[in-house]
Design a binder for this molecule. Sequence first.
Ligand SMILES: *Cc1c(COP(=O)(O)O)cnc(C)c1O
Length: 473
Amino acid sequence: MRYVSTRGENRGAGFREILLGGLMEDGGLAMPAEYPQLGTADLDAMRAMNYRELAFAVLRLFADDVPEGVLQGLIDKTYTAEVYSNCRPGDNAEEITPVRTLEPGLHLLGLSNGPTLAFKDMAMQLLGNLFEWALSESGESLNILGATSGDTGSSAEYAMRGKRGIRVFMLSPHGKMSAFQTAQMFTLMDENIHNLAVRGVFDDCQDVVKAVSNDLDFKRRYRIGTVNSINWARVVAQVVYYFKGYFAVAPEAGAPVDFAVPSGNFGNICAGHIARMMGLPIGRLILATNENDVLDEFFRTGIYRPRGTAETQQTSSPSMDISKASNFERFVFDLVGRDSARIKALWTQGAFDLSGTDSGRFGFVSGSSTHSDRLATIRETWERYGVMIDPHTADGLKVGMELRSASTPLICLETALPAKFGATIQEALGREPERPSKFDGIEALPQRSTVIDADAGVVKKIIEESVRMGGRG
Ligand SMILES: *Cc1c(COP(=O)(O)O)cnc(C)c1O
């Protein structure tokens, strides 16, 4: 498989070459030169596969320069019932992404049973193992630098902890994460994990990361990398669970199934688009946003109008508080017939109007929710089905129910467990969320972090120091 850039670069890069990178050299995003096509016979053969078998069947098509035995080994190590053990009582952890049927034709696909209780673990755990293998092959090491307001940072740390050749430096706003999120990250005692608590807000953390990355000399010398959501391996690892979900609920071969997806950076639903382009019979991809509705606006009107930080609201589904969806360029690339000159022009403009192009032919429809919609959905789901959902999943379920068709099964993707968002659950249900037992008392465990000013120089010194000390720390 060769990868091209959405902005036109086409030098025949393979999967291994783009694995550790972020943007392509021309500033675009990596896309497969063409989508592998699966026919009826292929899909029939996949129907009975378990998660690991499905992951291998899908990923070998995209990562064909990783030896098959190696890929199989990394998948087998990643997608185990032990790693994805935080499912609800009664769900089967062996399924990795168990389906819970709320009523006939309405299902939840549990993607949040990994170590940090959010769907980002589905891809990030594989990424950690892929990175460790690729670095051991080349004898290199990598310093991962990132900023987080919660989900991404903890998911990256749990994926990279204890991995040879990898150090993680994760900036978070000091005192601004929930007690649970803080405990999840700061109780990690692995030598290669460095939690830097920045006096400031999330944007200050991001500015520091940008400033360090813009020092190209430093970046090269210390091999600074990222694990952000534009990483192609993360997107493609997410394709697998669309297949798993489809086969779990499709009444017969070839029957359409709709998916509702709570969306922020467009990474999750982009994987659904790829699965559909490969021939999986997905009927519609129902995109859900919260009050930050840039993507909903696009799919309703054809107008894309990214917004700045000042226009971005803080909501009760914080991982979707995004007003510039970094993976969206991948979809628009297909929408404009893979015309990279057009993509370059559109992203130079910033905002654009594509109301003449038909995004419906790719199955997309959309809607949005408000805080009170989410509270009502959490309450109704609890009362009607006895299932407690988190506010992000509630965004998806609310929009999914609105746009549901009577004749087509609907799968709503569960992107986090309620344990992560206690305050909103308290507000909706007047009780504390359920919590997987291994997290009991996590807030009381010893924590380790370094409080710093929002200063790129300080972060560089910490990286230099830890590299000089050698070893893995
Ligand atoms: C990251 C995240 C999302 C948004 O996913 P994208 O791939 O950015 O669209 C939704 N819900 C939760 C809980 C998340 O952590």
